[in-house]
Every structure is written in C-alpha cells, then in structure tokens.
Design a protein around this ligand. Sequence first.
Ligand SMILES: *Cc1c(COP(=O)(O)O)cnc(C)c1O
Length: 335
Amino acid sequence: MLSKKFPRAMLAHTPTPIEKLPRLSKLLSGPNIYVKRDDCTGLAFGGNKARQLEYYIGEALQKKADTILITSAVQSNYLRSAVAAARKYGLDIEVQQEERVPGQPSEYYKSGNAYLLKLMGAKLHHYPVGEDEEGADNAMYDRAEVLRKKGKRPYVIPLAGTHTPLGALGYVDCAEEILSQLSDGSIWIDAFITASGSGTTHTGLLAGLRARGSKIPVHGICVRRDQKSQSERVLKKTNEVGKMIGHENLISEKDILITDATLSPGYGRLNDQVREAINLAAREEGLLVDPVYTGKALAGLIHLIRTGRFSKSQNVMFIHTGGTPALFGYPDLIE
Ligand SMILES: *Cc1c(COP(=O)(O)O)cnc(C)c1O
C-alpha cells in the first residue's frame, strides 16, 4: 500500500462494492454507469469521511490524544463520521458547527447529521461564519489550549486547505482498491466522477491512480468552490499528496478535470439539476444520493453525459461518497 508508513485507525468497511446502474444508464442514453458504493463504508451511515478519518484518528491515537476537535458545516457528514470514529475508539469529541448555509428550514438544524451528532453525545460549539476556515481552526486551537490546561490531550483535525492532507491517504487507498477490483479484466473504466469539495477525495483518488500508473481521467464536480479556485486547489493538493507517498510532480494541469456546471446557487443549496439527479437515482435505481454532495455530483455527471463528454460504448464510475443522512435535513426534495 502506498500509504503504509502512516499510522492508521481501522474505520471503513472495505472493499466497498461496485454496482452497475443499468436503468439510469439507459435512460440517459450515454455510457454505462457504474457506482463505487462508498456510501457503504459502514461507520455510522458510511461515506467518504470514514476512509479519510482513518489517518487523522490514526495520528491522534499515535499521539495518545484523548479528545478530538473538528469543525464543519451544521449538516456535515464529516462531523457525524468524526464523532462516530471517536466513540469507536473511546475518545472525547468536540465539534464546531459553522454557519455555512444560513436561512435553512428547521430540519436542517435538527435532523439528519445534526441529530446524529447529538445522539452520539458530541460536545457542540458554534462558529458564526461559514467562509473563514482559518478563523474556525484558530477557535479550535484556542479551545485545545483550554483543554490542555485542564490536563487533557486534544487533537485538532484542521479545516483549512493549508494543513497536511492526511485524509487524502484514504482515497489513495481507495484508488488501489478500485484498481485491484478491476484487475480481473471483467470491467474496464474510462473515467471516474466524484464530488470535489475540500478536494480530499478527488486528490487522493487522482494521486493514487497516477502513482500506480493508471491514466484513467478523474472528473471532479464542484460542490463548494468555482471551477477556477477548485482547479488550483486540486492541482496543488494532489502534488502534495504525491510527495507524501513518495512521488514528486505526480500530475500536471491536464489531469485536472473540473466542472462547476451544477454548483449554483452554492454550497448546500439545491437547484433543479440536483433535484432531478436525486429523484432519478431514487426512482430508477433505488439509489439514494444526497442534496449537498452526491446529488450535485450526479447532476454533474448527467451534465457531462448530455453535453456529449462520453460515448455510449464507454464505462464510467461514479464514486458515491455518501451523505445520505443529509436527505432528512432537506424536506423539499420530492418532485
Ligand atoms: C465531504 C463530502 C464530500 C466531499 O469530499 P471532499 O473530500 O471534501 O472533497 C463528498 N461527498 C460527501 C457525501 C461528503 O460528505
């Protein structure tokens, strides 16, 4: 394994299955769509954060931490997964919820992931802004200092893009896992499609594939930032991940395939393309995708198909990064 020198906690159920989506593929008259079921990673409703957290919790355990501190959005899968991971290892956890999507209905604050955090007994903090990653991290470092003075051993999982992207190692692992699942030759894949948020999943997958010599394109669908800023982020971060796994200059600009065609009006906010994607997956395939990430990513894939990016004879793999509990925080999805 490319990530073997890093300490790792075991959290995700892997390998996750690969399934075909024949009805959706036919309805869209495009390529054959496969789905990598990373919504089934097991940890408290699964999703991509289970793989990413293996390396943060791994480091926290190595440092003998007893309390995890983490920041994310109110309806965040990351917070829910981090709380579950901490509980699984008997650690205390404090989460800071940013106001990233103001003005949502009451379900957004009470149901889905917001509910599950409380169920698992996390201590909650509030951060009033949604676009101040450094400020939010600093608030957590201050809180860590308070805990340290009380004799605790805190470990902060940072939010800002400037920290070492340990979580991406989880998707380096996933890239190796997929290549091994494809290695018997029964299916081949012409392109991957994934949500691109912090870019951790996107960069890990891309770095893992290229480090193993695979040239399969990875299309990132913007769920938070526009195409330009996301492209810069992913290029920089993928090369950083490459370095962590012993490969300098792993990718160049032409490896960065990113669209923001389904992002509007912004993070955590619905549009008609996303509503359509969520409903199509649910009704054609019994597959649940979420309003914030995988619904937008699937809408992005549908957009790529409708604009002729893939031929009918090609096979594409949609990385289902999870997020399904957020469905309950968005009551107005039914068409
Ligand atoms: C966090 C998250 C993403 C985005 O992943 P990044 O690694 O932050 O880009 C995608 N899908 C779901 C369900 C998520 O929770």
